[in-house]
Design a protein around this ligand. Structure first.
Ligand code: ADP
Ligand code: ADP
Length: 230
């Protein structure tokens, strides 16, 4: 899969969130998205997921324009997983099991398929089955994040978008989570777009870096160009 934005601009009232951004996301890479608060990072990844209903410019996946429905709304793009910055924004169910089963159930998975997928995904985010009956509010911050990520991985996305997945985690949990995500990404040539403020992590885990400043895409390059001592 190749995701391509061409001259994309997004405006909110009087605020330009993205200014004429062109960018190609190739598969099989871990790409970090960096820049100051308000630079446009979240807006950029939301355009890719199809969460921004109206923007100027074009969005193509494998050369095909992403269609809009008859109200002009973008179709939410399949095969892209999106993990919100705060897990509380996506954990709604009364148990971890129901949380993980929610989207597969909507997509018509059988109970058996759901249970198989859960067995497969839990170890990938470092969780055990004992957690399944617990309510999200009973979990630690790190566990909540891992459940939020696991629920997105249930649908086996090709591209995983993470908006600061390790914010608020201690260094050990952060490293643990990033290692697991790296393993997941390296299987089957998957792609991760990771919005991050942690420059050490950016240097250690990403193949490419995209830099935003005041809505402009300032640089998109191999990580080795930015961090000399790799
Ligand atoms: P970042 O993720 O780099 O912090 P954002 O993409 O969230 O940046 O925001 C880019 C700009 O757009 C900021 O100036 C922000 O205030 C503005 N913005 C983002 N979302 C909205 C919104 N829903 N309504 C109005 N302005 C917004
Ligand atoms: P719903 O009410 O939405 O149908 P349930 O909570 O009744 O969902 O669960 C549906 C199925 O999921 C049950 O048949 C059960 O086998 C399985 N299930 C529910 N909770 C768990 C759990 N903690 N561990 C494993 N399987 C579970």
């Amino acid at each position: 899969m190749v995701y391509q934005l061409s001259n994309v601009s997004v405006n909110y009232a009087n605020q330009v969130a993205l200014n004429n951004v062109s960018c190609t996301i190739q598969e099989g890479k871990w790409i970090s998205v960096i820049g100051q608060t308000g630079a446009g990072k979240s807006t950029f990844v939301q355009v890719l997921k199809g969460l921004i209903p109206s923007f100027d410019g074009d969005y193509l996946i494998n050369q095909h324009p992403i269609h809009r429905d008859n109200k002009g709304q973008l179709m939410v793009v399949p095969d892209i997983g999106y993990v919100f910055q705060y897990p509380e924004h996506q954990l709604f169910e009364t148990s971890v099991y129901k949380e993980l089963a929610f989207t597969p159930k909507l997509s018509g998975y059988s109970h058996q398929q759901i249970d198989q997928a859960i067995d497969l995904i839990l170890p990938k985010v470092g969780l055990s089955k004992e957690i399944l009956p617990l309510a999200p509010f009973q979990l630690s911050g790190g566990q909540k994040r891992r459940v939020a990520i696991a629920s997105v991985l249930m649908m086996n996305p090709k591209l995983l978008i993470l908006d600061e997945p390790t914010a608020g985690l201690d260094p050990v949990s952060r490293k643990f989570l990033l290692r697991l995500l790296k393993e997941w990404q390296q299987q089957d040539n998957r792609t991760i777009l990771n919005v991050s403020h942690q420059m050490n992590d950016v240097a250690e885990y990403s193949d490419e870096v995209i830099v935003f400043h005041e809505g402009h895409l300032m640089a998109h390059c191999d990580t080795s160009i930015l961090f000399l001592e790799q």
